[in-house]
Write a protein of this length. Structure first.
Length: 128
C-alpha cells in the first residue's frame, strides 16, 4: 500500500466569522495501482472555494462553504456551515506534479499518480 499519512493542519485559517466551524471531511483512500484516489465529502462547497495544494510533501485540501440564506426564522437548525480542512503526507513514490482534482455533487476526488518508476506493471513471460 502507498505511504499516505494524515497530518495535523496547523496553518492559520483565513479570516472568517467566529461562529464559523472547521470540519475534517470524511475520506476514502483507494489504491488503484498507478494512482491513489483520495475521495472527500465536502457538501455545500463551490469549485471556486476549494483549494488543493502540495508543499513540502504534504497534500492539503481546504474548502470554504458559504453560509446559506434561510427564509424566515428557523425552528430547528442542524446544518453546520464552515470550512473543511484535511492534510496528508505523501511518500516519495508519488508524482506531485501530476496531481489532479475533480469536484462533483459534493464529492472531491483527488488523483495522486505514482511515479512511473514505482508503478506496478505486468511482466510478459515468453515461451523459450
Amino acid at each position: 500500500m502507498a505511504t499516505i499519512t494524515k497530518t495535523e493542519d496547523r496553518a492559520a485559517a483565513p479570516a472568517r466569522p467566529e461562529t464559523a466551524l472547521t470540519y475534517q471531511p470524511n475520506v476514502d483512500i483507494c489504491d488503484g495501482g498507478a494512482e491513489v484516489l483520495i475521495i472527500a465529502d465536502i457538501p455545500g462547497a463551490r469549485t471556486d472555494g476549494i483549494d488543493v495544494s502540495f508543499e513540502d510533501g504534504v497534500l492539503s485540501l481546504h474548502a470554504q462553504v458559504p453560509a446559506r440564506d434561510l427564509p424566515g426564522r428557523c425552528v430547528r437548525q442542524e446544518y453546520g456551515v464552515g470550512d473543511y480542512r484535511r492534510s496528508f503526507r505523501l511518500g516519495d513514490d508519488f508524482d506531485a506534479s501530476q496531481i489532479t482534482a475533480d469536484y462533483r455533487l459534493g464529492v472531491l476526488t483527488i488523483h495522486v499518480p505514482r511515479r512511473a518508476a514505482v508503478r506496478p506493471r505486468k511482466v510478459e513471460v515468453r515461451a523459450g
